[in-house]
Ligand binder design. Structure first.
Ligand SMILES: [Ca+2]
Length: 153
């Protein structure tokens, strides 16, 4: 019986972590290398969907309801040309701080932004309860296996 409960819990836990990232309602695989090419070759303001894994380098800001941090997309901290700024809206589930070395998976809108220290950002990492008002698809943010961005406001 105990084993069954543990198995069930394990199964439920893994289901809740199995978030799917969508682009135009189709599942989107990880696309780190494409995003880095877009950052380098597309005009500022270029937008697409982004689905990335990586390791936190550092938190850079936490103000005006938005948490900013830098993600290293190949989790090899000796290479820095694969850094991407991540911006998370605290309205969709609060995060106090993000620690360097944390493992992250993020799904949201990617935009080439020359004001960003990494020249591009990934944001809208949360559910969009107002799809009639705007075009953003649902996103999410997973930090060390904890899912954020699912508290619809
Ligand atoms: Ca790297």
């Amino acid at each position: 019986m105990k084993t069954l409960i543990i198995l069930t819990l394990t199964l439920l836990t893994s289901i809740s972590f199995a978030q799917t990232c969508f682009e135009k309602k189709k599942p989107l695989e990880n696309n780190e290398s494409e995003l880095l090419k877009y950052r380098d070759f597309m005009e500022k303001g270029f937008k697409t969907r982004g689905h990335v894994d990586g390791m936190v380098v550092e938190q850079t800001e936490n103000r005006q309801g938005h948490l900013h941090f830098i993600l290293d997309l190949d989790s090899d901290l000796t290479t820095t040309d694969d850094h991407l700024e991540i911006i998370y809206n605290q309205q969709y589930g609060e995060i106090n701080e993000v620690l360097p070395g944390s493992q992250v998976r993020a799904c949201g809108d990617f935009i080439v932004d020359h004001y960003s220290p990494t020249k591009a950002v990934l944001h809208w990492l949360h559910l969009n309860p107002n799809k009639k008002k705007n075009h953003h698809e649902d996103g999410f943010l997973i930090i060390d296996n904890q899912v954020f961005g699912l508290e619809a406001k």
